[in-house]
Write a new protein. Structure first.
Length: 163
């Protein structure tokens, strides 16, 4: 079965790192990626305002079963990433987090680890508030060899969501 994964990340700061993850995913068989757009297109959507960005995100989430939140230094502070996570959960996508701060950017630099956004977002489950970090796994792309194991992480997230 082809898995279509939506990638949520801090665009301006982490697109170079995120592309490394995305490219390792789509170079293998039966895989598609969503949530990527080139910088000119992204800037054009942003100029149309908040509602246009949210519509673009909603459109990109269509047909996906898993959302991979690529966690850099400032990811948990980004309003659109929070929107992507909430929308993904509401639509029934499996979620996974992957720290990407140890991947090099276009200037060869690594970054400081950021906060896991799953530790700040909660949902109602069985009559109580539950942090997303209690439901979904977070991995370290570099330390846990994401290139070799990302497909397993995606399948785990999909199964957690019943997909």
């Amino acid at each position: 079965m082809t898995r279509r994964v939506y990638f949520a990340f801090h665009y301006e700061r982490d697109v170079w790192r995120a592309n490394q993850v995305r490219n390792s995913w789509v170079t293998k068989t039966d895989r598609e990626a969503a949530g990527f757009v080139d910088v000119a297109d992204f800037e054009a959507v942003k100029r149309k305002g908040d509602d246009a960005v949210k519509r673009w995100i909603d459109d990109q989430l269509q047909g996906t079963s898993v959302t991979a939140v690529l966690i850099g230094n400032q990811t948990s502070e980004r309003p659109y990433v929070i929107y992507e996570i909430k929308k993904s959960y509401t639509k029934g996508n499996g979620l996974l987090g992957a720290y990407i701060h140890n991947l090099k950017d276009n200037e060869g630099r690594i970054d400081n680890q950021g906060r896991n956004p799953f530790e700040t977002l909660s949902v109602e489950k069985d009559g109580r508030k539950v942090l997303l970090s209690e439901i979904f796994h977070t991995y370290d792309w570099y330390g846990e060899k994401g290139y070799d194991h990302f497909d397993e992480w995606v399948e785990t997230a999909a199964k957690q969501a019943g997909r």
